[in-house]
Design a protein around this ligand. Structure first.
Ligand SMILES: C[S@@+](CC[C@H](N)C(=O)[O-])C[C@H]1O[C@@H](n2cnc3c(N)ncnc32)[C@H](O)[C@@H]1O
Length: 306
C-alpha cells in the first residue's frame, strides 16, 4: 500500500518487531495488515489478509491502529489482539485462555490426519489430549468430517475457548472435557476404542520456561509449556496411558520438543505395546512429531514399563 501512514508504521515494525521463530508468518508487513484491518473493524488471521484491500482509516481508526501497534511492540501476541489464528488451513479464535497454535504443530496435525484417513472404520474415533484451544482436534474434525472427535485439557479457560471454536469452525459436535490428562476418557466407553490419539503436551523443562521470550512468558499460559523439572512429565504419562485408550492397530501421534525426538523414538520402539514407530521431521531435519501403532492383541506380549 502506498500510503504515508502505512509506510511510517511498516518502518516502525521493521525496526522494532521481534518475530518469534515459532510464529514465522507474523512478519512486519503481515502484522501491520492484520492490525490495520482490526482498526478498520475486521478481525482477520494472517492467511486472510492477502485477499483483503486495506481500507482508508479515519482519524480515530488511525489512532486506534497506532495504539494496537504499541501494544504489539510491548509484547502482546498478535493473535491476542486480532482474536484469530490460522491452523491447518482453518481460522480459529485465539485468546489468552490457551496457547496460540503454532505453525510447527501442523506437522503433528497433518501426520495424524494421514493416519486418520487410512483408518478402515467408517467413523473413526479421535481423542486429542492437552487440546488447548482445540486446534488439533478441530483441524482433524474439519478435514475428516467422518471422524468422531473429542478433546480434553486441564484448563477450564482453554476448554471454554475450545468449545467456542468447535462452533466457530462448524463442528459443534466435537466434545471437549475439562480434566487431568487422560482421566476424562478413563471409562469403558473409550478404553481400547480410539483409532487416533493425538497430543501436543507441555514439554519444556520448568527452569527453561522462565527464560522464554517475554511475549510467551508474560502472555501465554505457563501450563501450556511447563513439562516439569526435565520437561518430560506429561510425555511419560502419555506413553503409559495411550495403550489403554488405543484400539489394536490404532495410532498415537504426538509432538515432541527440539532435541527430544531421538530418545523418545528409541523408547517407543522398546515398548511392547507398540508395533511400529514413525518419526516426522521439520524442514531443518529435527524430529518434531512421533507416531506409534498399537500392537494388535494377538501379537502382544508383556507391556514394558515406560
Ligand atoms: C503445548 S499446549 C498444546 C495446546 C494445543 N493442543 C496446541 O497444539 O496448540 C499444552 C496443553 O496441555 C495442557 N495441560 C497441561 N497439563 C495438563 C494436564 N495435566 N492434563 C491436561 N492438560 C494439560 C495445557 O493447558 C495446554 O493447553
Amino acid at each position: 500500500m502506498d500510503h504515508p501512514l502505512y509506510r511510517e508504521l511498516l518502518a516502525v515494525l521493521a525496526r522494532d518487531l521481534e518475530v518469534l521463530p515459532d510464529k514465522p508468518d507474523e512478519t512486519p508487513a503481515n502484522t501491520l495488515a492484520c492490525l490495520w484491518n482490526l482498526a478498520a473493524g475486521q478481525r482477520l488471521a494472517v492467511s486472510q489478509i492477502a485477499s483483503t484491500r486495506l481500507a482508508e482509516l479515519d482519524e480515530p481508526a488511525a489512532a486506534a491502529l497506532k495504539e494496537l501497534i504499541a501494544r504489539r511492540l510491548s509484547g502482546v501476541p498478535l493473535a491476542h489482539l486480532t482474536g484469530r489464528q490460522d491452523f491447518m488451513g482453518i481460522v480459529l479464535q485465539a485468546s489468552a485462555a490457551a496457547l496460540v497454535p503454532r505453525l510447527e504443530t501442523e506437522l503433528l496435525g497433518w501426520s495424524a490426519l494421514a493416519k486418520l484417513r487410512a483408518c478402515e472404520a467408517a467413523a473413526p474415533w479421535v481423542v486429542d489430549l492437552c487440546t488447548g484451544c482445540g486446534n488439533v482436534a478441530l483441524g482433524l474434525a474439519v478435514h475428516a468430517p467422518h471422524a468422531k472427535v473429542w478433546g480434553s485439557d486441564l484448563s477450564a479457560e482453554a476448554i471454554a475457548l475450545a468449545r467456542d471454536n468447535a462452533c466457530f469452525v462448524g463442528r459443534p459436535d466435537v466434545v471437549f472435557y475439562e480434566g487431568d490428562f487422560a482421566k476424562p476418557f478413563d471409562s469403558p466407553e473409550f478404553l481400547g476404542r480410539v483409532d487416533v490419539l493425538t497430543c501436543n503436551p507441555p514439554y519444556i523443562s520448568s527452569g527453561k520456561v522462565d527464560t522464554m521470550p517475554h511475549e510467551i512468558r508474560s502472555y501465554e499460559p505457563r501450563l501450556a509449556f511447563d513439562g516439569g523439572p526435565f520437561g518430560i512429565g506429561i510425555l511419560q504419562r502419555l506413553l503409559k496411558e495411550a495403550p489403554r485408550l488405543l484400539k489394536p492397530g490404532g495410532w498415537l501421534v504426538f509432538e515432541v520438543g527440539l532435541g527430544q525426538g531421538d530418545a523418545l523414538q528409541q523408547r517407543l520402539s522398546r515398548l511392547e505395546a507398540f508395533a511400529e514407530v514413525e518419526a516426522f521431521a521439520d524442514a531443518d531435519g529435527a524430529i518434531r512429531a512421533l507416531a506409534a501403532r498399537r500392537r494388535s492383541a494377538t501379537t502382544e506380549g508383556t507391556t514394558d514399563a515406560p
